[in-house]
Design a protein around this ligand. Structure first.
Ligand code: PEP
Length: 251
C-alpha cells in the first residue's frame, strides 16, 4: 500500500521567529488531530530547518526545498544533500517549477540533484508539470512524460522506493486556478502508467503521486478522493496552520 502525504512548501516566506511559530502551530494541530491517514511534511527555508526540527515531533517530517547537484566543494551558496542528511532532514523537493523557471534547472541538473539526494539517504519529492501553453495545445502528456524520463529514469526500481512525485501544473501554482479533480486524476493515472511501463506495476502502484497547484482546504477533499491522487504539495495554504491542517485531514 502506498503512502498518503501532505507536504507544505513554505517557499521564501516567514522570518525565523515566524517559521518556528508556524511549525509549533502545525505540530500542535497535528497532535490534536489524532490518527491521520497521511504523513505530514513541511518544507521551511534552509535557514529555518534545524530550528524547526527542535519544535516538531515525530508526526511532522521535514523537507528542504532544494539541494545542490554536487556532493561538496567550491559551490558558493549551495547546500548539499549530505548536509541535509547530517542535520536529520529526511526529504528534499527537487524540480519545483520555480527552480526550473527562475534558476534554469534543467532535467539533467535535476537528475543529478535527485541522484545526490538518494545517495545521501534522503527521500525526494520530484516535481513535474506543464505550462499553460502546453496544456492549451494538448501537449501536457508529452511534457510530463519527458520530465519523468529525463529526470528519473536513470534510477533503479529499488531507488524508486524513495521517490514521491508531485504533479503540479504550472498554470495552477499560486494562481488560484486549481486543476479540476478530473484533470488531475487523468495526469496522475498517466504518470502511473508510464512508471508501470518502465519499472513494472508494483513499483507504479507503490509510488505516492501528489497533486500541487492552488490546492486548499476547500478543494483538497475532492482531489484526494481520486484513485491516483495520494495527497498534495501545498504552497500558499501551508502558511497558515489552520488551513494546512484542514488539508491534512481532508482524506
Ligand atoms: C507549490 O508551489 O508547490 C504550490 C502548489 O503552490 P500553491 O499551493 O500556492 O499553488
Amino acid at each position: 500500500m502506498r503512502k498518503y502525504i501532505v507536504a507544505g512548501n513554505w517557499k521564501m516566506n516567514k522570518s525565523l521567529a515566524e517559521g518556528i511559530r508556524l511549525a509549533e502551530e502545525v505540530n500542535a494541530a497535528v497532535e490534536k488531530a489524532g490518527e491521520l491517514k497521511c504523513e505530514v511534511v513541511i518544507a521551511p527555508p534552509f535557514l529555518h530547518l534545524t530550528e524547526v526540527s527542535k519544535v516538531v515531533g515525530k508526526k511532522v517530517s521535514l523537507a528542504a526545498q532544494n539541494c545542490a547537484a554536487e556532493a561538496s566543494g567550491a559551490y558558493t551558496g549551495e547546500v548539499s544533500a549530505g548536509m541535509l542528511q547530517s542535520a536529520g532532514i529526511p526529504y528534499v523537493i527537487t524540480g519545483h517549477s520555480e527552480r526550473r523557471t527562475y534558476y534554469g534547472e534543467t532535467d539533467a541538473i535535476l537528475a543529478k540533484k535527485t541522484a545526490q539526494a538518494l545517495a545521501s539517504g534522503l527521500k525526494v519529492i520530484f516535481c513535474i508539470g506543464e505550462e499553460l501553453s502546453q496544456r492549451d495545445s494538448g501537449k501536457y502528456f508529452e511534457t510530463v512524460k519527458s520530465q519523468i524520463e529525463n529526470g528519473l529514469f536513470q534510477l533503479s526500481a529499488a531507488e524508486f522506493k524513495n521517490i514521491v512525485i508531485a504533479y503540479e501544473p504550472v498554470w495552477a501554482i499560486g494562481t488560484g486556478r486549481t486543476a479540476t479533480s478530473g484533470q488531475a486524476q487523468e495526469v496522475h493515472a498517466f504518470i502511473r502508467k508510464i512508471l508501470a511501463g518502465k519499472y513494472g506495476q508494483q513499483v507504479a502502484d507503490d509510488v505516492a503521486i501528489l497533486y500541487g497547484g492552488s490546492c486548499n482546504e476547500n478543494n483538497a477533499g475532492e482531489l484526494f478522493a481520486q484513485p491516483d491522487i495520494d495527497g498534495g504539495l501545498i504552497g500558499g495554504a501551508s502558511l497558515t496552520a489552520e488551513k494546512f491542517i484542514r488539508i491534512v485531514t481532508a482524506f
